[in-house]
Design a protein around this ligand. Sequence first.
Ligand code: PAF
Length: 291
Amino acid sequence: MTTVLRTRAELAATLGPLPGRLAVVMTMGALHPGHETLLRAARERADVVLATIFVNPLQFGPNEDFDRYPRTLEADLAICRAAGVDAVFAPSREELYPGGEPIVRVTGGDLGEELEGASRPGFFTGVLTVVLKLLNLVRPDVAIFGEKDYQQLTLVRRMVRDLELDVEIAGVPTVREPDGLALSSRNRYLSTEERASALRLSAALRAGAAAAGAGRGADGALAAAHRAFGEGTTGAKLDYLVLTDPELGPAPVTGPARMLVAAWVGGTRLIDNVPVELAPVSVPVATPPGG
Ligand code: PAF
């Protein structure tokens, strides 16, 4: 049975007596099979699984989609029940921010201002602040986050390390449609035509990862990704396409790396990323004259 908790008092009363290891999956609702994978990963790692559902106003800019963000609580609860979630904490805005929006917030430093942070000022401050608040209210042993929001996952890990939080953070690989589109709550904004354009993001990442693996180096990988994205020829408008190390620092010459992309498709901003293995650069063997 999945218990629905609306207040912090109900949350405390439910969690207090629970024995065993507790996992939390934080969401903004509009759950899809990607979230189900996170819930299943939580189930495998703990005795008790709690999901949170809260559309956090702090992480939306003034011109972003806070008002139209899908709110589908009944369907979300059905998914949680089917995934064997023990409790869902779905507080109101007033319950989570009783004195209004918090004055003291957590920032992600320079890393929080790059990539997503550059296009969405204040986004990671909103995310990290609510994540820390929820970690403090729930006190889980492990918190599960999707790799789909890779910069978010990286910053949450950094926050845990930098602020000495006593919680394990587990990342779960992105779930994709058979044609490569990364699952996202915002995919439901896309028209049929836009959905086809949205495939440019995963196509770019596939091409980049393949070129990296074939020894074309960081520049070759990025060039292949840009070609596959096809800026100007499709309905997708690139925001960024970068290659970094796994912690979002400068890309290495060889070894594990991460390629990340963000683009606008119509009025919808989409992000995606993949792990990349940069193979040693293969130098083409020069053919001798007449050879
Ligand atoms: O990834 C999300 O859905 C949100 O950013 C999170 C972690 C639930 C914080 O509001």
